[in-house]
Structures are given as C-alpha cells and as structure tokens.
Design a protein around this ligand. Structure first.
Ligand SMILES: C[S@@+](CC[C@H](N)C(=O)[O-])C[C@H]1O[C@@H](n2cnc3c(N)ncnc32)[C@H](O)[C@@H]1O
Length: 246
C-alpha cells in the first residue's frame, strides 16, 4: 500500500512506540502508521516467538504480517556488537525490500528513542542509504504507566526527574536516591532488586518506592517496593521513587 503525502522517490523508516504492554495505551498515530506501512518489522529474541512489541500489536489490531528481526539481548560489549551486526543486516534488507515511496515501521516497546534497538537500526539504515527518511512516533513508557497505576504524583513544581539504569548498582543510584528533591526511575534493575532495596532503605526512600514487573503484559505485578520481597525479579521491571515531600 502506498502512503499519502510522501515523495515517490524516497524510502521511509519510522520507529513506532507501542507503549509498555496494555494495547489500549497504543496511540492513534502508532495505529495509523502501522496500518499504512508497506513493511512492519519488530524485534524478537526468538524467530519462532513474537517479541513483546509484536504481541501488543496483535492484541490491538489483530494478526498482520510482521517481519521479525532477531536481536540477541546479551549484556556487555559483546551483546552490543552482536546487536550492531544484526541491525546492519536488517538495515540492508529494509533498504533492498522497500521500493521508492514505500514505508517501513519498526515496532518498539515503550518509546522508540529511549533504550531501543530502533536507534541502532536507524543509524545502520542511514549509513547504507542516507536518502531514507527516518522518523519516529513516541510511545508511552513503562514508568508512566507505573506512575499512573501507583496513584502517585511523580513531579510537581520545581522537582526533577532522574532516569537511571540499574544493571550495576553503583554510586550513581545512591547519589540519585539521596537527592530527595528528585524523582528517581530505575530501568533494567530487576536482577539487582535486593541491592536497590537496600539503598532505598539506607536513603529513606523505600516506603515511597513502587515496582512494576511486566506492566500490562499478562502476569504483571505492580506493588509498593516494600511489599515485593527481596528476591531478584526479571529484566522487564521498573522502579519509581517520588521526591520526598514534607
Ligand atoms: C530495553 S529497555 C526498553 C525501554 C522502552 N523503549 C521504553 O521506552 O520504555 C527495557 C527496560 O524498559 C523497562 N520496561 C519496558 N517495558 C516494561 C514493562 N512492560 N514493565 C516493566 N518495565 C518495562 C524495564 O526497566 C526494562 O528493563
């Protein structure tokens, strides 16, 4: 299907955020982009299984043809190198498959410009064919859904937000939690839940903390951090701490 209002000479790649899990959190812009695309791509960690983003789309708009891109999610430098080479191969394919005037969309959990393989893919496509027009459609992020489910106000007046990665529990997390005027969001910290809970206790933030595991995705769990226990949880988990308000 050809897109309206596009040049017939250029090819298009759009990163589409599909939200954290609940299909109702998909935006109208995302649905429109997906339904009008010539090629829909989605990351997966196993060719035989739909990835999370694909699952959300299946629930929201039904089964549509989706080309899966197998991204190895291994941690560290070797994982990053693997993902770079996957992105390059996928980028070559996209540039070859698309005819001038056609558009590919790449589905991504949450937002496509925050911790997403879309970044790698877009850079690879641009390096192969700089004439491809690259754009994105924002998606609701997991921490926003968690804030809403917890009932808290995340930020007010002059408060700031710090979004950190919890793959390592280092001084950065402790320093952020010590800054009581900032809200703290921790992504990718499930494995380090015990250490993060300890830091939250030490800095007086535990009682206000919330955690969401697989938010909106089937067996999800959303609770106060102090109720969840101290065992590690999975990768798809987000923790939030509002500022300390007196
Ligand atoms: C590779 S990042 C993807 C971020 C995504 N692009 C976004 O904008 O939310 C993966 C991290 O996002 C968070 N995350 C994404 N979806 C989630 C969900 N449904 N439930 C809990 N955390 C989620 C977790 O912290 C997870 O470790």
């Amino acid at each position: 299907m050809k897109l309206h209002n596009v040049s017939t000479h250029r090819k298009y790649l759009c990163g589409v955020g599909v939200g954290p899990g609940n299909p109702k959190l998909l935006t109208l812009a995302a649905v429109e982009a997906i339904e009008s695309a010539d090629l829909v791509l989605a990351p997966t960690s196993s060719q035989d299984e739909p990835g999370r983003a694909e699952e959300i789309i299946q629930k929201a708009i039904g089964a549509i043809p989706i080309r899966r891109i197998l991204f190895d999610m291994a941690k560290g430098e070797s994982g990053i190198e693997l993902r770079k080479s996957t992105a390059l191969v996928a980028a070559k394919e996209i540039v070859e498959l698309l005819q001038p005037g056609e558009k590919a969309v790449f589905l991504t959990l949450g937002d496509p410009n925050v911790f997403s393989t879309f970044n790698l893919l877009a850079r690879s496509v641009a390096s192969i064919d700089p004439s491809v027009e690259i754009s994105s459609i924002p998606g609701i992020m997991a921490f926003q859904d968690l804030v809403s489910r917890s009932g808290m106000t995340l930020l007010d007046e002059e408060e700031s937000l710090r979004l950190l990665v919890g793959l390592q529990v280092d001084d950065k997390i402790e320093e952020a939690l010590k800054d009581s005027s900032s809200a703290v969001v921790i992504y990718k910290g499930g494995r380090n839940l015990p250490a993060i809970v300890e830091l939250a206790k030490k800095t007086g933030r535990l009682e206000d903390g919330w955690i969401g595991v697989k938010i909106g995705l089937g067996e999800s769990e959303v609770d106060r951090l102090q109720n969840i226990g101290t065992e590690p949880v999975g990768y798809l988990s987000t923790m939030i701490f509002p500022p300390k308000r007196h």
